[in-house]
Design a binder for this molecule. Structure first.
Ligand SMILES: *[C@@H]1O[C@H](CO)[C@@H](O)[C@H](O)[C@H]1NC(C)=O
Ligand SMILES: *[C@@H]1O[C@H](CO)[C@@H](O)[C@H](O)[C@H]1NC(C)=O
Ligand SMILES: *[C@@H]1O[C@H](CO)[C@@H](O)[C@H](O)[C@H]1NC(C)=O
Ligand SMILES: *[C@@H]1O[C@H](CO)[C@@H](O)[C@H](O)[C@H]1NC(C)=O
Ligand SMILES: *[C@@H]1O[C@H](CO)[C@@H](O)[C@H](O)[C@H]1NC(C)=O
Length: 265
């Protein structure tokens, strides 16, 4: 065969193969287990002995830290790897292979790098806990597409941007690298109940828009570089119970509106 013929021939075989096996991700305990083992093998040893239970079989029966869904018991719903001192990144974790995951807890490890945008394929994710790690950079912008996500704990990392999180109810972002003015996206978080941005490098005045967060019960802005007066609009947040403003350069008096908040402790 000539070279051209060879190329055309190979191309045809490729097209044939692609049409026979459409690129569709199907789940089964096998593909989910495979994705997790593949990721485990990218972590820097020594790994905790408990993770030797991650073999390719028995995903829902005896894998350490893995819980399967409570109806069919065949697909992963919970992963709790908190406090294991795992070292590595998430770049090789195929989130698309874990479509039924609702709870992911990676808190208290030494995982770093960026938070991959593929995490946005976890459409059922409700609780995401990645605090006390070394994650850096910005949050994936499409995180707002995760309609079920209500709880996002990212305190003590090196993250520098929040992105758009309209549906969030609980957001722990203290002890990160946020800088500049308070992110304007905050104003869109209409359902937020607990928001902690303490211990970052935020500066500027506290924006009056903060008063639009009607559901907030806890607001942490301490240990930043905010300056100027405390906006009286904070008094509009009737459900506010805990407000942390210490260690800033705020000036002026505490607005009387804040004193009138009934539930303040
Ligand atoms: C899932 O199946 C395993 C093995 O049969 C069992 O140990 C476990 O308790 C089951 N979990 C649920 C939630 O039914
Ligand atoms: C099963 O899990 C779902 C979602 O986490 C929960 O709402 C439901 O109450 C659970 N059912 C049982 C029987 O535990
Ligand atoms: C997650 O794992 C940690 C450490 O093993 C344990 O203390 C904690 O209770 C677990 N949380 C859940 C919800 O199972
Ligand atoms: C898990 O996710 C797949 C793909 O979205 C879906 O077809 C399947 O019904 C889900 N299983 C359960 C038990 O929710
Ligand atoms: C994650 O695990 C830590 C440590 O066990 C625990 O304090 C935290 O509440 C867990 N997060 C969630 C969302 O369950």
């Amino acid at each position: 065969m000539t070279n051209t013929h060879k190329t055309v021939h190979t191309l045809l075989i490729h097209i044939l193969l692609i049409s026979l096996f459409p690129l569709k991700i199907t789940t089964s305990p096998k593909t989910e287990g495979y994705a997790l083992v593949k990721w485990k093998n990218t972590l820097i040893p020594p790994l905790p002995p408990s993770l030797s239970s991650w073999s390719l079989n028995n995903l829902c029966t005896n894998w350490y830290s893995i819980t399967c869904d409570n109806t069919t018991n065949t697909t992963v719903s919970d992963i709790n790897l908190s406090g294991l001192n795992l070292i590595g990144t998430l770049s090789q974790l195929s989130f698309a292979s874990l479509p039924n995951l609702t709870n992911l807890n990676l808190s208290g490890n030494n995982l770093g790098g960026s938070i991959p945008f593929t995490i946005c394929t976890l459409s059922k994710l409700t609780f995401l806990d990645m605090d006390s790690n070394l994650f850096e950079g910005m949050l994936p912008y499409k995180l707002e597409k995760l309609k079920e996500l209500q709880y996002l704990s990212l305190w003590s990392n090196n993250l520098n941007e929040i992105g758009n999180l309209k549906k969030m109810r609980i957001l722990f972002f203290y002890q990160n690298q946020l800088s500049g003015f308070i992110p304007m996206e905050i104003e869109n978080m209409k359902e937020i109940k607990e928001l902690d941005l303490s211990r970052n490098q935020l500066c500027g005045p506290i924006p009056v828009e903060i008063g639009k967060l009607k559901e907030v019960t806890m607001l942490g802005l301490s240990q930043n570089q905010f300056f100027g007066p405390i906006p009286p609009e904070i008094g509009n947040i009737k459900k506010l119970r805990q407000l942390y403003l210490y260690q800033n350069q705020l000036s002026g008096l505490i607005p009387v509106e804040i004193g009138s908040l009934k539930d303040m402790v």
